[in-house]
Every structure is written in structure tokens, then in C-alpha cells.
Write a protein that binds this ligand. Sequence first.
Ligand code: SF4
Length: 413
Amino acid sequence: MPRTFDVPDFFRSPIISLIKHARRIQDPRKRDLSPSILNFGPVDFKIARHFGFCFGVENAIEIAYQALDDNPDKRVFLLSEMIHNPHVNNDLKERGIKFISKTSGEQLIPFEELHTDDVVIVPAFGTTIEIENELSERNISLHKYDTTCPFVEKVWTKSQEIGQQQYTVIIHGKRDHEETRATFSHANAKAHVVVILDIDEAKDLARMIRGEMPEDLFYERFKNCYSDGFNPKLHLSRIGVVNQTTMLANETEAIANLLHQAIISRYGEKNSRNHFIDTKDTLCYATKENQDATLALIEDGADFAIIVGGYNSSNTSHLVELCEAHMPTYFIRDVNELISPKQIRHLDIHTKKLMDTINWLPEKEEGKAIKIILTAGASCPDVLLDEVIRKIISWFPDSISINQAISSYKDTY
Ligand code: SF4
């Protein structure tokens, strides 16, 4: 279908798009993970090789704007947030789209208020079979503007395949995240399901598999995270692991290995194939690329890191997790959080609270540039990084201009 809408201005990004373009030409096969360095004299920005809008997000945004363009006389709804970025969601709202539920699943508009000629868009995270059925009973079609990312659908397919072989699906994911709720529902159509959040929960599940934990404790430990009729003795005897597409790659791998080992110790190496199905990881390419590029940034070193993205974005919070183990790291929603060279507002991913840090920008040492890592999640428009760069260099009167920095950057490629 030809697309006819205008891309909103806030997607345009003169600085970052130029850097991305240069890297694409220099390394079309995306093998080089080294950062792009934008040198302003007193400040160097080390920009990740991969970050920002992924295929699924771009596709979802295009379809949402197309839906508005196609239907000027109809009511247009989104099942929940389009993606986890407040700028994109607010722009869609301002253009008239209404959100049916919150990210948490809490319903804002009852389904009874929808009419058959309303347009309903499915976000990139997908939706549950229960919601699909609910809307289908009301003759509301979800097919025309379904923006479910194909990488999310791939997890559903994998889950159902392993369910058909009588394995239980263990989802490494966040139980309240829209994508994991949708995956739970699609997996549960063919299998019993448990959602585990992290390695600590995986350790308890492993104890349960090895028979080291009373079964009753399962229901308490994994409350609201297992499918109806779940019997740990029966349903943990054959398992396969899939994940929410945006989890931390090394944690997903560690969880799968841990559970595999638990199966081996319970059933023996020889029999373990009958009890554990190797699913490989189901992370999407963008999550993997962004995490690998962030690891390369960390290896390169810096004074601190700024990660830009929506505060409810799972993939962004994992980039923060990677960086904060190595250097001061500030997770900001946008440039407005850079209050002054003395004060920054940012999200603490552990307490989920905003905090202000004072004296966050180090004093510049003579002859030494301050080195700043800059990256963003898969749902963050590139222009938000441009704004961060512009604001920080405005605090350094001896910086060279943006045009000069870009021109000397271009000379290096
Ligand atoms: S992060 Fe991955 S799964 Fe999510 S929308 Fe992007 S490409 Fe799809």
C-alpha cells in the first residue's frame, strides 16, 4: 500500500542521521561496532554504532500515521501506547488518536464504546488473543492496521511450536509489559506457560525442577505468572525458554543454561533432550545490535553515559543496566532533563523514581576533552539525541560549531 502521510518534523535529525548515513556507507554489513566520535574540542561524544528506531518501530509509526491519513472522518484508536516513547505517543494523541488502555493494561475506554466503523490499531508489541476475540465479536477488524512487529510474532510462533510438542513455555520477560502479556496469551493457546523476570527467579524455578523446593511454594513465588491449571510437578518436566524480544541478551542465555542444567541434574544428560527443547534465543536483531554496540562503547571508555528513551522502555533500561556497571549513567527522557551543567534529572531504573544529580558534568581538565557516551533505545527518535548534543555544547563556549564538528567527522569516513 503506498504511504501518503507527512513524517512529523520531530523525526528529522540533521546531526544523527548524517552520522548514521556515513556509517551505513562505510560499513554496510554492520560488522564494525566501534563508536562514532563527534569531537567538539572540550567535549567528545561517543555515539553508539547502533541505536534508535528499529524496523518494528518505524513500521508501526508509518502505519499509525497512515491510518490517520486514510481515515480523516473516522475515530482512530490504539489498543495501547504505540511504542514506549512519550514524544511519538503525544504527537499521535494530538492528531486525534485515542488510547484504549494504559501500558499496564488498565482500560481507559471500555470496548462497549467502540463501533464497527472505528479504526483500531494494534501496537508494535502485539495484543492478546482475548482482546482480538473481544473486538472480533464486536465486528471490529484489527487486520488493516496491525503493526505487531514480525520479531514479536516469531516468538509467538516459536512458543506455539514448542507447545505442540508438549513442552511448557518459560518466558523470560516482564509480566506487565504489553509484549509479554501478548506472548503469554499466544503461547498459552498451545502450552502451559510461566513468566520469569530474572536470574533469581530462574534459580527458584531450577530448584523446583530439581525437586529441592516444595511444590506449594511455586504458586506463591510465581503468583500471577503461570497459566491456569499449572501443576509444577507435571508441567516443569518438559520445558523450553523464549523471551520478550527486548531483554538483556546475556541474562536470557544464562537463564536458558541454568534451566537446562537443572533438567540435566533431574533427568540425566542422556534423557535431557526429552525434557528440554533448545529454542535458541528469541531476542530481536535490534535489541542484540543495540546491546552489542553499547558493550563496544563501554569497552572504549568514557567519563559518563547518557541514554535517551521513554522511561517505560524495556530495551532502553537494559542499555542503562549495561552502562551503569561501568560509569556514571543518566537515563533521560529528553533534553529537558538536562537542567543545567550543575543539575540533571534522570530515572533510577531500580527504584523507578526520578532523581536529581548535582554536579553531574565533570570539570574539564586542561588539554583533555570530556568524553560522553550517547545512545538511545529502539523507540527513541534520533532528533532527541541531536537536542542533547546541542544543549551540552552550548555550555562550552570554546566548542567548535556543529557544522565544523560534522565536517571533521565526515573527513574521517
Ligand atoms: S525492538 Fe525488536 S521486536 Fe521490538 S519493535 Fe523493534 S524490531 Fe520489533
